[in-house]
Design a binder for this molecule. Structure first.
Ligand SMILES: Nc1ncnc2c1ncn2[C@@H]1O[C@H](COP(=O)(O)OP(=O)(O)OP(=O)(O)O)[C@@H](O)[C@H]1O
Length: 454
């Protein structure tokens, strides 16, 4: 898009007062404005020009603005389109965002909000289309599912639509929420993550909305809530299914009105956030059971995004291991170790009910235990690292791994005997930590009969 084309905006509305207001405001912001009064005119305009922004009413004389959103999504997906809805109930806004609108505004038009929306549309134009350096690349994995997820995130990052993430614990929901933020026009603004399940019920309102000094016993000073902390940025509400009913009503109101009222405050404070929610619960079932409000569900469930469990993308494990070991080593200022082929092979077959987090924890402990340049199966299977049910059974080990294991056990026992059973000296002789040696020896005890058989 050239410089000139980048400054054109298309306004589609049949109400003259609205088009005049938009024309003046957009012109003040440096746009050349093209006004269309019906769908036909807008489609023609779109063929003649490239636009940096489109604003459309939902009700038009010859059809619905939704059709125009779909038309743009199909024929000019790079053009950000926002809809204007007639009611504060935001009827139609959800459908519009599902159809590809990046945001919506309600009538009467609030000029401050309009300017913000336009700034965000501008910021979209300078976003790089590729995922590099924008957070999406941190979502490691080459499986079909992960590629599709990265692609969806890239698209979603361009909109303001509320995203609803589902997936088991540890699958990468928070990482995905961050990626959506980092790849979008709010990337330079705050990203605030809140685990709703971790905040006691009585504190949730003041944590989210803030409180005035003296609003309740113990409120010694004014406190800014997390909604305001996330203003202009993204608010990630994790475990949204754990929000109690009474708070759900207040949350719904805040999202509808785009404003919050701190406890004890006499007026509402406008707030501009992009909302991302997540849960590992089945919210639809909760709605049926009457424990989650249907209207709030409808509000937050605009774009659902499912993160698949690790067992459905086990092919990603080798890449994840490499990336996670790099991360762990970097945190400790050390060089990342490699992983023995047998160990990697074994890891890639594990179901990991705790998903990527479980894999990460396991690698963290193995990293602490490993002695050489490589992480071995022994490091992974040391006491406390793998749960008994996951312990690689001797029957499942390859003959080579089995022999190596036996050799290690024999060697350790001999070394310990040579050090007159002094673990400190033995560890020093071997150049490994005492803890690591102790864990390895414990493992030998466990496998005693096996070692004797060799
Ligand atoms: N695809 C991935 N690539 C690299 N690291 C990942 C990936 N998915 C998850 N992780 C890492 O795994 C850990 C858990 O991820 P995250 O916290 O995003 O999961 P979650 O689904 O939000 O978990 P919970 O439901 O328990 O809150 C984090 O350290 C994260 O960086």
């Amino acid at each position: 898009m050239n410089e000139k084309a980048a400054s054109w905006a298309l306004v589609l509305d049949d109400e003259q007062t609205i088009t005049e207001l938009l024309d003046i405001t957009l012109a003040e912001m440096g746009f050349s404005v093209q006004v269309a009064h019906d769908l036909r005119g807008a489609r023609e305009a779109l063929e003649l020009h490239s636009y940096a922004l489109c604003l459309t009413d939902l009700r038009l004389p010859d059809g619905s603005g939704l059709d125009f959103v779909r038309h743009i999504h199909r024929h000019a997906p790079q053009v950000p389109v926002a809809v204007i809805t007639a009611y504060s109930s935001t009827e139609g806004a959800v459908e519009a965002m599902q159809a590809g609108a990046f945001d919506f505004m309600t009538k009467p038009i609030d000029l401050k909000r309009l300017r913000r929306l336009v700034e965000q549309a501008r910021a979209l134009a300078v976003l790089t289309p590729d995922g590099a350096n924008n957070g999406i690349e941190r979502l490691v994995g080459d499986s079909e599912a992960m590629r599709a997820l990265r692609q969806q995130i890239q698209l979603l990052a361009r909109s303001n639509a509320p995203v609803f993430l589902t997936g088991e614990s540890g699958t990468g929901k928070e990482l995905s929420a961050r990626a959506i933020h980092d790849a979008g026009p709010r990337r330079d603004k705050p990203f605030i993550a809140v685990n709703c399940a971790a905040i006691p019920e009585g504190l949730l309102e003041s944590e989210l909305f803030g409180s005035e000094k003296g609003a309740f016993t113990g409120a010694n000073q004014k406190r800014e809530g997390l909604f305001l902390a996330a203003d202009s940025g993204t608010l990630f509400l994790d475990e949204i299914g754990d929000v109690p009913m009474a708070m759900q009503v207040k949350l719904l109101r805040a999202l509808q009105e785009r404003s919050i009222r701190p406890i004890g405050a006499s007026s509402e404070v406008p707030v501009d956030i992009r909302l991302i929610t997540a849960t590992h619960r089945n919210l639809q079932e909760m709605v049926h059971a009457g424990t989650f409000r249907a209207d709030l569900y409808y509000r937050i469930h605009v774009v659902p995004l499912q993160i698949p469990p690790l067992r459905q993308r086990q092919g990603d494990i080798p890449l994840l291991v490499a990336a996670l070991l790099r991360k762990i080593a970097q945190r400790q200022g050390k060089a990342p170790p490699s992983m023995e082929a047998g160990a990697l092979h074994w890891l890639a077959q594990q179901p990991f009910p705790g998903n990527v987090r479980e894999l990460e924890n396991l690698l963290e402990r193995a990293f602490a235990l490993h002695a050489g340049a490589e992480i071995t199966l022994q490091d992974l299977s040391a006491e406390g690292t793998i749960r008994p049910a996951q312990m690689p059974s001797m029957a499942r080990l390859s003959p080579l791994a089995e022999r190596l294991q036996s050799a290690e056990q024999e060697f350790l026992r001999a070394q310990l005997a040579a050090a007159r059973n002094d673990v400190t000296i033995c560890a020093q002789n071997l150049g490994i930590g005492q803890r690591s040696l102790a864990l390895r020896l414990q493992l030998c005890e466990k496998r005693g009969p096996h070692a004797d058989n060799t």
